[in-house]
Design a protein around this ligand. Structure first.
Ligand code: MLT
Ligand code: MN
Length: 311
């Protein structure tokens, strides 16, 4: 299995376009220790030739241009893409708007929960993905599904979607619906990825609000987990003067809280742990920061665009 990190930043990327936070500024000033990051997405392949995107970010056009593995094969005719499909884990702007980049009558399969596909269905702009060529495939929680090429060929990549604590996409929040803003279980999922023999390869969880015991047992002993690294502390955006929301309010658990991610993973025996979906204010983005060192000391890596993993 091949994993290629296309984008390791959270919604808005690093630096976010309108952000003057000192950490954003370091990236904008092109400091070597503050490597810029596009928005959250990875590409996964069983053979290194055909790829499935996990989430489609607004930066997808740049991500395709920057990553030769996603370029059309010159031996495959005038129209070709190694991208055979997309799996979306929620309906956030940073995870679905890249679908619009994939128009132009290219055959694809789009996988998501019925809830998220329903959201795409009611937003007719997504019909630019010509339904004659692009199949939308509902995935069912806790049911293994082998991803297929548009022509039905099996990929060798099996995903098991499961609900994680989270919330409805920001742009769909309805304050009249109480504390959850209208969220339902299928709004936010994580993915266990298995090879075609059923062996767990890795987990992909770019958004998660907390670590309930059932999630902890699912992840226990996993070989590799990509996990929500949005904020270092829950009140980081408020303290930094760039926002009014906590991480909790945004549906993200934070890295360095007493009930945060480092603490929650401490005894899970996960062999390789990588933060992804990292916000433009998070000090772990700075390679020589004390917070980055603390991550490393706790056995965590920080994903970067272009990170390549072969399992
Ligand atoms: C998030 O992860 O909280 C979202 O990407 C926020 C957004 O849609 O801007
Ligand atoms: Mn996001």
């Amino acid at each position: 299995m091949h994993i290629h990190v296309l984008g390791s930043g959270a919604g808005g990327g690093f630096p976010q376009w309108n952000c003057n936070h000192p950490i954003s500024r370091r990236a904008r000033n092109k400091e070597a220790s503050a490597r810029p990051r596009t928005q959250s997405s990875i590409a996964v392949s069983a053979d290194g030739r055909d790829w499935f995107l996990f989430n489609a970010s607004p930066d997808l056009r740049q991500q395709i241009n920057d990553n030769a593995v996603l370029h059309p094969d010159p031996n495959q005719g005038l129209r070709h893409s190694p991208i055979k499909g997309v799996v979306v884990t929620n309906a956030d702007v940073d995870h679905i708007t890249g679908l619009l980049t994939l128009r132009e009558s290219q055959p694809l399969r789009i996988y998501g929960t019925r809830r998220v596909l329903g959201i795409l269905g009611t937003n007719t702009i997504f019909n630019v993905l010509n339904p004659e060529f692009v199949k939308r495939e509902p995935i069912t929680l806790n049911q293994p599904t082998e991803l297929q090429h548009p022509d039905g060929k099996v990929s060798g990549i099996v995903v098991v979607p499961f609900a994680v604590p989270g919330k409805i996409a920001l742009w769909l929040e309805d304050a009249t619906k109480g504390a959850g803003f209208g969220s339902v279980e299928e709004d936010t999922i994580g993915l266990e990825v298995r090879d075609s023999r059923g062996k767990t390869a890795f987990f992909y969880i770019p958004g998660c609000a907390s670590m309930p015991p059932e999630l902890a047992s699912r992840l226990r002993g996993a070989p590799l987990v990509f996990f929500d690294g949005t904020l270092w502390t829950d009140d980081e955006m408020i303290k930094g003067g760039v926002g009014t929301k906590t991480g909790r309010r945004m549906g993200h658990m934070s890295v360095n809280e007493p009930d945060g991610t480092i603490a929650a993973f401490k005894d899970l025996g996960v062999k390789r742990k990588i933060f992804i979906h990292i916000n433009t204010t998070n000090p772990i983005l700075i390679e020589d920061s004390a917070e980055r060192k603390a991550c490393a000391a706790a056995g965590w890596e920080v994903a970067y665009d272009g990170m390549d993993i072969k399992i």
